[in-house]
Design a protein. Structure first.
Lengths: 176, 298, 203
């Protein structure tokens, strides 16, 4: 049976487990752009993102038998990409603790934001802030998951997110 | 009574004479049958002129070729003479099989007076790559699963169940395809396009056409650049795709359930829409239209 | 007894009070939406990047390192070469036999229903040329921009298409399919010529 881009995930996984190169490529094609984007946002560097994508997919194909289908395949691959990306970037000091966060933790965004400027502002954040912001706000992870991924406490994750948003708010300016 | 019989006879004679003069064509056909054995890495290349090319597949490792040349004229002798002006080549060079038909009129000879047409009926393995160039005819192909490249002018194209790399360049012809799956690239000019049950990736550049696209859940990416064309996107799940739409000097119509944010730049006549579903993986629909309307619906 | 217990349990469950959600919860949700709605809107519009094509090649090379390649023993090569020569020769002979092909002829008659449609596709050529000339002048002296003159190229393209089709009809005969193609081109030409006249009149 030929492997095609529209094949079901189950068929593709089976093909990859049988080391079928076409199935592997089809799976890669399906997720490459979404995963490259995640890798780029976490690392903030195109070259690093390429390395991350390469290493992560090699891990995906080598460890696919360990995929237990407890999440979607996309979510499983994304976690591998994120872990690989995190291992590539310099370990940041996640020093802020929960008690440093003011009681009102949300930042007000009272005007329309341009996605292009937002992207630039995200990439300009310090690595620690950027990682937490991207994982939580863009990729939809919870604080507990981020805490596990980064080896920090939930409180630190919350404070990093607060300061990331504060920095973004300052960078993007106030409404005219 | 005799007079009535005479009248009937006259009427029948006139009718019979009319048919003999205008109503009957003498049809002369020349049929060439040839079979090539097929191995992995072989490809079939057809260059047709005024040809109808029909391609089907089978599981035998053989490429069976039948070329029929037809000449129609009221006089059989003329049809026979003209038929011999239709020439053909069937060659195999290394792993490439070439088929070609053309018209050869020796210098000083009169142009053919018959209606001439060539018909190719090809039966081949589905995995054999196929390239067809054809003008003033038609192409009908189904069940291929490797690579298909078409280059046509003034020809209708009908495709069904094609998987793999598909590359189509057509002008002044219509394309109708059902069940394409793979990486499909289409460049068309003055051609109407209808693609049904779309799967895989598409990259389309079209001018002057009515473009109808019927997407399935397995549509992956869809890039369309259209000029002076009306575009209709039909899908049962319009909310499953990410959209990046730009329409200049045209109308955009979409179902209310899509909570699109429409950016209408009245000074430039450009309407822009971006929309992303809340998922990790979603197909991207990118459309740019100038001087044409866009309709998205079920 | 067991069923009575179950009934009692179900009755009790039905009688459990329904608690009202405190009003302030919606206020909090609304406050959050008001504060962060624009941010989430912009996040949803963030771009997707295209992974460079070269990455797959590197992945494939890495995967290939882990694969096993079966190799033939040295003596196997001699046997394989011998078999290959015999098979190639046999295939060549088979191929040569097969590709001779057969040619056959057949004769038949076909009834044709005459139509009343005249071969009048050149009747309006003088009018088309006149409009084309007027439009050329319009482009030279009156047109405001290049876009105004786009019709000129469109007509040239359609004129060339018509000439090409007439040439094909001269060589391959005027069969109904070609006449239909030609009529389609003529319809497009008429549309363009009318648009040219309108442009000249309204400028």
């Amino acid at each position: 049976m030929p492997y095609t881009i529209s094949m079901t995930e189950a068929d593709l996984i089976q093909g990859c487990l049988e080391q079928n190169r076409l199935a592997q490529k089809t799976l890669y094609e399906r997720y490459k752009n979404a995963m490259y984007t995640v890798a780029y946002r976490v690392t903030g560097d195109y070259d690093l993102a390429e390395d991350v994508l390469q290493d992560a997919f090699i891990k995906v194909f080598r460890h696919l038998s360990g995929f237990r289908q407890e999440s979607t395949l996309g979510a499983w691959i994304k976690t591998i990409v994120v872990r690989t990306a995190l291992s590539k970037i310099k370990k940041e000091q996640y020093t802020a603790s929960l008690d440093q966060i003011p009681p009102d933790t949300s930042i007000s965004w009272s005007h329309r934001l341009d996605a292009e400027y937002l992207e630039k502002a995200i990439l300009a954040l310090p690595t620690g802030y950027r990682t937490v912001f991207v994982l939580i706000e863009v990729e939809g992870y919870g604080h507990q998951e981020v805490a596990d991924l980064l080896g920090i406490t939930v409180g630190t994750s919350k404070s990093q997110l607060f300061y990331a948003k504060k920095r973004l708010r300052e960078t993007l300016g106030k409404p005219e | 009574m005799k007079f009535r019989i005479f009248l009937c006879f006259c009427f029948w004679s006139i009718l019979h004479w009319g048919f003999a003069q205008n109503g009957t064509m003498q049809v002369v056909t020349k049929r060439i049958d040839k079979t090539f054995s097929y191995r992995d890495g072989y490809s079939l290349n057809i260059e047709g002129e005024r040809a109808e090319v029909r391609v089907e597949t089978w599981s035998k490792p053989e490429i069976k070729i039948q070329i029929v040349f037809t000449a129609k004229h009221s006089k059989k002798e003329q049809a026979e003479k003209d038929l011999e002006k239709m020439r053909y080549i069937t060659n195999k060079e290394k792993n490439k099989i070439y088929l070609r038909n053309y018209l050869e009129v020796p210098e000083g000879s009169p142009e053919p007076q018959s209606q001439l047409v060539a018909t190719y009926v090809i039966t081949m393995p589905g995995e054999c790559p196929l390239y067809i160039k054809n003008n003033y005819g038609l192409i009908d192909a189904k069940d291929l699963m490797s690579s298909l490249k078409l280059n046509t002018r003034f020809s209708r194209i009908g495709l069904e169940n094609i998987i793999g790399d598909i590359d189509i360049n057509t002008s002044f012809g219509d394309l109708f395809a059902d069940n394409l799956d793979g990486n499909t690239k289409i460049v068309s000019r003055r051609s109407d396009i209808t693609l049904k049950h779309m799967r895989g990736r598409y990259d389309i550049n079209a001018q002057y056409g009515i473009l109808n696209f019927f997407a399935t859940e397995q549509l992956r990416d869809f890039n369309l650049k259209a000029d002076k064309s009306n575009v209709f996107i039909h899908t049962l799940q319009p909310g499953a795709f990410s959209y990046n739409l730009s329409v200049q000097n045209g109308r955009v119509d979409y179902p209310n359930e899509l909570k699109f944010k429409l950016l209408d730049m009245k000074d430039t006549g450009i309407k822009k829409i971006t929309f992303k579903p809340n998922k990790e993986y979603y197909p991207n629909v990118t459309i740019s239209i100038t001087f044409g309307d866009l309709f998205i619906g079920k | 007894m067991e069923s009575l217990n179950e009934k009692n349990l179900k009755d009790a469950l039905r009688q459990l009070p329904q608690h009202q959600a405190p009003e302030f919860i919606w206020d909090h949700i609304e406050q959050h939406l008001e504060r962060e709605g624009y941010l989430h809107q912009a996040i949803a519009e963030l771009p997707i990047y295209t992974a460079p094509d070269a990455i797959w090649g590197r992945i494939e090379a890495e995967l290939a390192k882990g694969g096993k390649i079966r190799r033939l023993a040295t003596w196997g090569w001699s046997v394989a070469a011998g078999v290959a020569i015999v098979v190639t020769a046999a295939l060549g002979l088979y191929q040569w036999n097969q590709t001779q092909g057969q040619v056959s002829y057949a004769y038949s008659e076909e009834k044709v229903t005459p139509t009343n449609s005249p071969r009048d596709w050149d009747d309006a050529e003088a009018d088309v040329q006149e409009v084309q000339m007027l439009f050329a002048n319009f482009c030279k002296y009156q047109a405001q921009n290049e876009e105004d003159c786009a019709l000129e190229n469109e007509l040239k393209e359609l004129n060339a298409a018509k000439a090409e089709l007439k040439d094909v009809m001269a060589r391959y005969g005027e069969d109904p399919d070609l006449i239909r193609e030609l009529s389609q081109v003529e319809q497009d030409r008429s549309r363009v010529v009318k648009a040219m006249v309108e442009k000249i009149q309204t400028s």
